[in-house]
Write a protein that binds this ligand. Structure first.
Ligand code: GLU
Length: 308
């Protein structure tokens, strides 16, 4: 598909539709495999722990009674957490992290049930017991630690900017004064532009895919969130979108757990360490997020902060 490089405002809607169709096709909306996505046989297979017990974790006991884990995730973040609308299947790096941890807790990853939870609803979902844990570009910070617990971190991202391919002169948030910039409600990148760049007109939606639609239809000048997420969108529509400038924050990704369940948190930390050591983490990265163009980094040190 080739799209015009120069266009008037009247072409904007057509462009947005074309962009959306492109993204939808790239995401396998018609049931076709994602353009550069991994085939199932390229993904690691995780050894399910036999005889594993975690009696001190109410979350684990509940899952055992139920027979499977319920994990919160994103469904519209390319290479991280994506749901194929044709099959209902989730894929991506965060999904692989959820699966490897499930195997370590003694639950076959095939039995995992995923629930899509938007950025703004994560703490409530964990507090209400809607999910057992959450893996979806979830930054660990002190404010959130008052409401939930975090295992990890399992990855270090940084806030960045996504613009249309033909935009010039945007290298950082300082170049966007007076312009509309989109991010997700309840996210750290939205909070950061509201706090540190008051001249930017921040626009918030539930998801980043809605922000990207707004960027393609010229409703906003940029989308801001983690570089990982933005690179995924850019990799799926390289003729339309580009990530610009340098990351301007540190976003350590954690696995969200119910706050009081320290036994579960430490078990997930142990499991993550084991999967980093045995090569699963890197294999999972290479088969998912690695496809958006950045070679596997070293995973960050696991925090394992004491119970409070
Ligand atoms: N990592 C950031 C956060 O947790 C942005 C990505 C997201 O909204 O999931 O708020």
């Amino acid at each position: 598909m080739s799209l015009p490089h120069r266009r008037g405002p009247r072409a904007a809607a057509a462009l947005a539709l074309a962009g959306l169709a492109l993204l939808a096709a790239a995401c396998g909306k018609e049931g076709s495999p994602p353009v550069k996505g991994p085939k199932p046989e390229q993904l690691p297979v995780y050894q399910v722990a036999t005889g594993f017990q975690l009696p001190d974790s109410p979350t684990w006991r509940g899952a055992r009674r139920r027979g499977h884990l319920v994990v919160g995730a994103k469904e519209d973040q390319p290479y991280l957490g994506e749901k194929d609308p044709a099959t209902g299947r989730y894929s991506g790096f965060d999904i692989e992290i959820a699966k490897m941890l499930s195997a370590s807790l003694g639950f076959d990853p095939k039995t995992l049930s995923f629930r899509t939870i938007a950025s703004a609803n994560r703490e409530t979902a964990l507090q209400n017991g809607q999910i057992d844990y959450y893996v979806g570009t979830y930054t660990i910070n002190d404010l959130r630690k008052k409401q939930v617990g975090f295992a990890g971190p399992y990855f270090m991202a940084g806030q960045s900017l996504l613009v249309r391919k033909d935009q010039k002169g945007v290298e950082g948030p300082q170049d966007l004064a007076g312009q509309r910039v989109c991010s997700a409600s309840g996210s750290t990148p939205l909070q950061r532009i509201q706090r540190d760049y008051p001249k930017i007109h921040a626009v918030a939606y539930d998801t980043y895919s809605i922000c990207v639609d707004n960027l393609l239809s010229l409703q906003v000048s940029a989308v801001t969130t983690d570089n990982t997420i933005l690179m995924g969108f850019a990799a799926k529509a390289p003729d339309e979108l580009k990530v610009v400038g340098q990351p301007f924050s540190k976003e350590p990704y954690g696995i969200g757990v119910p706050r009081g369940d320290t036994a579960l948190r430490f078990a997930l930390d142990d499991a993550l360490a084991a999967h980093e050591k045995n090569g699963d983490w890197k294999k999972a990265y290479d088969a998912t997020l690695g496809l958006s163009g950045v070679p596997a980094p070293q995973p960050p040190a696991i925090d394992r902060y004491p119970a409070s």
